[in-house]
Design a binder for this molecule. Sequence first.
Ligand code: GDP
Ligand code: ZN
Length: 266
Amino acid sequence: ARGRFKKDETTPVVGDFVEIEVIDEEKKEAVIEKISERKTYIKRPKVANVSQIILVLSIKDPKPDLLMLDKQLAYAEFLGIEPIIAINKIDLSDEYKEIEETYTKIGYKVYAVSAKEPKTVEKLKESLKNNISVLAGNSGVGKSTTINAIFGNNITQEGVISEKNKRGKNTTTDVKLYEIDENSYIVDTPGFSTFEITEIESKDLDKYFREFAEQIENCKYVGCTHIKETECGIKYAIEEGKIDKQRYERFCKIYNELKEREENRW
Ligand code: GDP
Ligand code: ZN
Protein backbone atom coordinates (compact mmCIF):
# COMPACT_ATOMS: atom_id res chain seq x y z
CA ALA A 1 0.00 0.00 0.00
CA ARG A 2 1.18 3.49 -0.80
CA GLY A 3 2.22 5.31 2.33
CA ARG A 4 -0.11 4.68 5.17
CA PHE A 5 -3.83 4.69 4.83
CA LYS A 6 -5.18 6.93 7.56
CA LYS A 7 -7.45 4.82 9.70
CA ASP A 8 -6.95 1.15 10.50
CA GLU A 9 -10.26 0.40 8.83
CA THR A 10 -8.84 1.56 5.54
CA THR A 11 -5.72 -0.53 5.68
CA PRO A 12 -6.05 -2.96 2.79
CA VAL A 13 -7.21 -6.41 3.87
CA VAL A 14 -7.82 -9.68 2.05
CA GLY A 15 -10.90 -9.38 -0.14
CA ASP A 16 -10.52 -5.67 -0.85
CA PHE A 17 -11.07 -4.35 -4.34
CA VAL A 18 -8.32 -1.85 -5.01
CA GLU A 19 -6.96 0.48 -7.62
CA ILE A 20 -3.29 -0.04 -8.32
CA GLU A 21 -0.54 1.79 -10.05
CA VAL A 22 1.83 -0.53 -11.83
CA ILE A 23 5.46 0.09 -10.91
CA ASP A 24 7.14 -2.74 -12.77
CA GLU A 25 5.18 -4.75 -15.29
CA GLU A 26 7.74 -7.54 -15.52
CA LYS A 27 8.28 -8.04 -11.82
CA LYS A 28 4.54 -7.67 -11.28
CA GLU A 29 5.03 -4.89 -8.81
CA ALA A 30 2.41 -2.27 -8.08
CA VAL A 31 1.21 -0.03 -5.29
CA ILE A 32 -2.31 0.19 -3.96
CA GLU A 33 -3.70 3.66 -4.58
CA LYS A 34 -7.28 3.34 -3.48
CA ILE A 35 -9.50 0.88 -1.64
CA SER A 36 -13.06 0.56 -2.89
CA GLU A 37 -15.95 0.81 -0.48
CA ARG A 38 -16.51 -2.52 1.28
CA LYS A 39 -19.82 -4.32 0.93
CA THR A 40 -19.15 -6.32 4.07
CA TYR A 41 -16.38 -6.40 6.64
CA ILE A 42 -15.40 -9.08 9.14
CA LYS A 43 -13.16 -7.80 11.92
CA ARG A 44 -11.63 -11.03 13.12
CA PRO A 45 -10.02 -12.34 11.04
CA LYS A 46 -9.93 -9.22 8.90
CA VAL A 47 -11.52 -9.86 5.54
CA ALA A 48 -13.59 -7.65 3.26
CA ASN A 49 -16.41 -8.25 0.82
CA VAL A 50 -17.31 -11.77 1.86
CA SER A 51 -20.78 -12.30 0.39
CA GLN A 52 -21.48 -15.76 1.70
CA ILE A 53 -20.66 -17.81 4.80
CA ILE A 54 -20.91 -21.56 4.38
CA LEU A 55 -21.62 -23.06 7.78
CA VAL A 56 -20.37 -26.61 7.71
CA LEU A 57 -21.47 -29.27 10.15
CA SER A 58 -21.23 -33.02 10.01
CA ILE A 59 -23.98 -35.42 10.89
CA LYS A 60 -21.53 -37.67 12.71
CA ASP A 61 -17.92 -37.52 13.96
CA PRO A 62 -18.33 -34.86 15.27
CA LYS A 63 -22.06 -34.74 15.79
CA PRO A 64 -23.91 -31.56 14.83
CA ASP A 65 -23.47 -28.61 17.15
CA LEU A 66 -26.69 -26.71 16.57
CA LEU A 67 -25.99 -24.14 19.29
CA MET A 68 -22.87 -23.16 17.41
CA LEU A 69 -24.78 -23.18 14.13
CA ASP A 70 -27.40 -20.80 15.51
CA LYS A 71 -24.70 -18.49 16.83
CA GLN A 72 -23.03 -18.45 13.47
CA LEU A 73 -26.30 -17.87 11.65
CA ALA A 74 -27.05 -14.91 13.91
CA TYR A 75 -23.57 -13.54 13.38
CA ALA A 76 -23.85 -13.84 9.60
CA GLU A 77 -27.18 -11.99 9.72
CA PHE A 78 -25.56 -9.34 11.89
CA LEU A 79 -22.74 -8.90 9.38
CA GLY A 80 -25.17 -8.75 6.47
CA ILE A 81 -23.59 -11.80 4.87
CA GLU A 82 -25.75 -14.56 3.39
CA PRO A 83 -25.39 -17.81 5.34
CA ILE A 84 -25.61 -21.22 3.68
CA ILE A 85 -25.68 -24.50 5.57
CA ALA A 86 -23.76 -27.59 4.45
CA ILE A 87 -24.40 -30.83 6.31
CA ASN A 88 -21.48 -33.11 5.57
CA LYS A 89 -20.77 -36.84 5.99
CA ILE A 90 -24.26 -37.96 5.04
CA ASP A 91 -22.68 -41.26 4.03
CA LEU A 92 -22.35 -41.98 7.76
CA SER A 93 -25.94 -41.35 8.80
CA ASP A 94 -29.24 -40.27 7.29
CA GLU A 95 -30.33 -38.43 10.41
CA TYR A 96 -29.66 -35.13 8.69
CA LYS A 97 -33.18 -34.80 7.30
CA GLU A 98 -34.64 -33.20 10.42
CA ILE A 99 -31.96 -30.52 10.53
CA GLU A 100 -32.35 -29.95 6.81
CA GLU A 101 -36.08 -29.47 7.28
CA THR A 102 -35.82 -27.16 10.29
CA TYR A 103 -33.49 -24.75 8.53
CA THR A 104 -35.07 -24.98 5.09
CA LYS A 105 -38.36 -23.99 6.69
CA ILE A 106 -36.73 -20.87 8.15
CA GLY A 107 -35.59 -19.95 4.66
CA TYR A 108 -31.97 -21.00 4.62
CA LYS A 109 -30.34 -22.92 1.82
CA VAL A 110 -29.22 -26.30 3.07
CA TYR A 111 -26.95 -28.67 1.17
CA ALA A 112 -26.58 -32.25 2.32
CA VAL A 113 -23.23 -33.50 1.08
CA SER A 114 -20.56 -36.09 1.43
CA ALA A 115 -17.37 -34.28 0.68
CA LYS A 116 -15.53 -37.54 0.11
CA GLU A 117 -17.71 -38.03 -2.96
CA PRO A 118 -17.07 -34.89 -5.01
CA LYS A 119 -20.20 -35.28 -7.15
CA THR A 120 -22.36 -34.57 -4.08
CA VAL A 121 -20.88 -31.08 -3.76
CA GLU A 122 -21.90 -29.97 -7.27
CA LYS A 123 -24.89 -27.88 -6.13
CA LEU A 124 -22.91 -26.34 -3.31
CA LYS A 125 -20.21 -25.52 -5.83
CA GLU A 126 -22.74 -23.79 -8.08
CA SER A 127 -23.81 -21.58 -5.20
CA LEU A 128 -20.26 -20.26 -4.97
CA LYS A 129 -20.46 -18.67 -8.41
CA ASN A 130 -19.96 -14.90 -8.34
CA ASN A 131 -19.47 -14.92 -4.60
CA ILE A 132 -16.66 -14.53 -2.12
CA SER A 133 -17.38 -17.38 0.27
CA VAL A 134 -15.88 -18.40 3.56
CA LEU A 135 -16.27 -21.76 5.25
CA ALA A 136 -16.88 -21.95 8.99
CA GLY A 137 -17.46 -24.85 11.33
CA ASN A 138 -15.90 -26.91 14.07
CA SER A 139 -12.68 -28.77 13.48
CA GLY A 140 -13.20 -32.17 11.85
CA VAL A 141 -16.53 -31.43 10.15
CA GLY A 142 -14.87 -31.60 6.73
CA LYS A 143 -14.09 -28.06 5.62
CA SER A 144 -10.80 -28.93 3.96
CA THR A 145 -12.26 -32.01 2.32
CA THR A 146 -15.12 -29.88 0.99
CA ILE A 147 -12.77 -27.24 -0.38
CA ASN A 148 -10.71 -29.89 -2.09
CA ALA A 149 -13.81 -31.49 -3.57
CA ILE A 150 -14.84 -28.11 -4.92
CA PHE A 151 -11.50 -27.47 -6.53
CA GLY A 152 -11.14 -31.03 -7.79
CA ASN A 153 -8.27 -31.31 -10.22
CA ASN A 154 -8.01 -27.55 -10.52
CA ILE A 155 -6.32 -27.35 -7.19
CA THR A 156 -3.81 -24.55 -7.07
CA GLN A 157 -0.10 -25.16 -6.97
CA GLU A 158 -0.31 -24.59 -3.22
CA GLY A 159 -1.67 -28.09 -2.99
CA VAL A 160 -4.25 -29.22 -0.53
CA ILE A 161 -5.05 -25.84 0.80
CA SER A 162 -6.45 -26.02 4.27
CA GLU A 163 -4.24 -28.93 5.18
CA LYS A 164 -1.33 -26.63 4.64
CA ASN A 165 -2.92 -23.97 6.76
CA LYS A 166 -3.49 -26.42 9.55
CA ARG A 167 0.01 -27.80 9.64
CA GLY A 168 1.91 -24.56 9.34
CA LYS A 169 2.58 -22.13 12.11
CA ASN A 170 -0.39 -20.18 10.88
CA THR A 171 -2.57 -18.42 13.35
CA THR A 172 -6.24 -17.61 13.37
CA THR A 173 -5.48 -14.26 11.79
CA ASP A 174 -4.19 -15.90 8.63
CA VAL A 175 -6.46 -15.39 5.66
CA LYS A 176 -6.00 -16.56 2.09
CA LEU A 177 -8.16 -16.08 -0.94
CA TYR A 178 -8.41 -18.80 -3.58
CA GLU A 179 -9.81 -18.20 -7.03
CA ILE A 180 -12.37 -20.64 -8.40
CA ASP A 181 -12.99 -18.52 -11.47
CA GLU A 182 -12.80 -14.85 -12.35
CA ASN A 183 -15.63 -13.78 -10.04
CA SER A 184 -15.68 -16.59 -7.50
CA TYR A 185 -13.39 -16.95 -4.53
CA ILE A 186 -13.06 -19.02 -1.41
CA VAL A 187 -11.54 -17.57 1.73
CA ASP A 188 -9.45 -20.03 3.64
CA THR A 189 -8.77 -19.24 7.27
CA PRO A 190 -8.49 -21.33 10.40
CA GLY A 191 -9.70 -18.30 12.35
CA PHE A 192 -13.28 -18.72 11.33
CA SER A 193 -13.87 -22.04 12.99
CA THR A 194 -14.98 -20.87 16.37
CA PHE A 195 -15.71 -17.21 16.38
CA GLU A 196 -17.31 -15.19 19.12
CA ILE A 197 -20.45 -13.22 18.59
CA THR A 198 -19.90 -10.70 21.36
CA GLU A 199 -20.39 -7.85 18.91
CA ILE A 200 -24.12 -8.57 19.10
CA GLU A 201 -26.01 -7.01 22.00
CA SER A 202 -28.42 -9.33 23.76
CA LYS A 203 -31.35 -7.01 23.15
CA ASP A 204 -30.70 -7.18 19.38
CA LEU A 205 -30.31 -10.94 19.13
CA ASP A 206 -33.94 -11.49 18.07
CA LYS A 207 -33.28 -9.41 14.94
CA TYR A 208 -30.83 -12.03 13.80
CA PHE A 209 -33.15 -14.98 14.20
CA ARG A 210 -34.71 -14.73 10.78
CA GLU A 211 -38.02 -16.43 11.49
CA PHE A 212 -38.67 -14.35 14.62
CA ALA A 213 -39.13 -11.09 12.73
CA GLU A 214 -42.75 -11.39 11.68
CA GLN A 215 -43.79 -12.79 15.06
CA ILE A 216 -42.32 -10.00 17.17
CA GLU A 217 -45.18 -7.67 16.29
CA ASN A 218 -47.47 -9.94 18.30
CA CYS A 219 -45.50 -9.36 21.49
CA LYS A 220 -47.49 -7.30 23.97
CA TYR A 221 -44.62 -5.17 25.16
CA VAL A 222 -42.17 -3.14 23.15
CA GLY A 223 -38.72 -4.43 24.02
CA CYS A 224 -40.05 -7.89 24.86
CA THR A 225 -37.07 -10.15 25.50
CA HIS A 226 -39.13 -13.28 24.68
CA ILE A 227 -37.62 -14.94 27.72
CA LYS A 228 -39.84 -14.41 30.77
CA GLU A 229 -42.78 -12.61 29.16
CA THR A 230 -45.84 -14.77 28.62
CA GLU A 231 -47.72 -12.48 26.24
CA CYS A 232 -45.06 -12.97 23.62
CA GLY A 233 -45.42 -13.40 19.85
CA ILE A 234 -42.52 -15.84 19.73
CA LYS A 235 -44.18 -18.06 22.33
CA TYR A 236 -47.50 -17.96 20.47
CA ALA A 237 -45.67 -18.93 17.28
CA ILE A 238 -44.09 -21.92 19.01
CA GLU A 239 -47.55 -23.07 20.12
CA GLU A 240 -48.77 -22.74 16.55
CA GLY A 241 -45.80 -24.69 15.25
CA LYS A 242 -44.45 -21.72 13.30
CA ILE A 243 -41.22 -21.53 15.28
CA ASP A 244 -39.15 -24.56 16.19
CA LYS A 245 -39.10 -24.97 19.96
CA GLN A 246 -35.54 -26.21 20.11
CA ARG A 247 -34.30 -23.31 18.06
CA TYR A 248 -36.09 -21.00 20.50
CA GLU A 249 -34.36 -22.77 23.40
CA ARG A 250 -31.01 -22.19 21.74
CA PHE A 251 -32.00 -18.53 21.30
CA CYS A 252 -32.55 -18.32 25.08
CA LYS A 253 -29.16 -19.90 25.75
CA ILE A 254 -27.35 -17.51 23.44
CA TYR A 255 -29.32 -14.58 24.85
CA ASN A 256 -28.33 -15.49 28.39
CA GLU A 257 -24.69 -15.92 27.41
CA LEU A 258 -24.60 -12.49 25.82
CA LYS A 259 -26.44 -10.94 28.76
CA GLU A 260 -24.05 -12.46 31.27
CA ARG A 261 -21.07 -11.19 29.35
CA GLU A 262 -22.59 -7.70 29.23
CA GLU A 263 -23.08 -7.68 32.98
CA ASN A 264 -19.54 -8.84 33.64
CA ARG A 265 -18.21 -6.06 31.46
CA TRP A 266 -18.88 -3.56 34.23
P1 GDP B 1 -11.86 -29.81 8.84
O1 GDP B 1 -11.16 -29.81 10.14
O2 GDP B 1 -13.23 -29.20 8.97
O3 GDP B 1 -11.09 -29.15 7.73
O4 GDP B 1 -12.12 -31.35 8.45
P2 GDP B 1 -11.36 -32.28 7.39
O5 GDP B 1 -11.70 -31.90 6.01
O6 GDP B 1 -9.92 -32.33 7.75
O7 GDP B 1 -12.05 -33.69 7.69
C1 GDP B 1 -11.97 -34.33 8.96
C2 GDP B 1 -12.09 -35.84 8.78
O8 GDP B 1 -13.38 -36.19 8.27
C3 GDP B 1 -11.08 -36.41 7.78
O9 GDP B 1 -10.62 -37.62 8.28
C4 GDP B 1 -11.90 -36.60 6.51
O10 GDP B 1 -11.40 -37.64 5.72
C5 GDP B 1 -13.26 -36.96 7.09
N1 GDP B 1 -14.35 -36.61 6.15
C6 GDP B 1 -14.53 -35.45 5.49
N2 GDP B 1 -15.63 -35.50 4.72
C7 GDP B 1 -16.19 -36.70 4.90
C8 GDP B 1 -17.35 -37.36 4.38
O11 GDP B 1 -18.12 -36.82 3.55
N3 GDP B 1 -17.62 -38.61 4.83
C9 GDP B 1 -16.81 -39.24 5.73
N4 GDP B 1 -17.16 -40.48 6.11
N5 GDP B 1 -15.70 -38.67 6.23
C10 GDP B 1 -15.38 -37.42 5.83
ZN1 ZN C 1 -41.78 -11.57 22.75
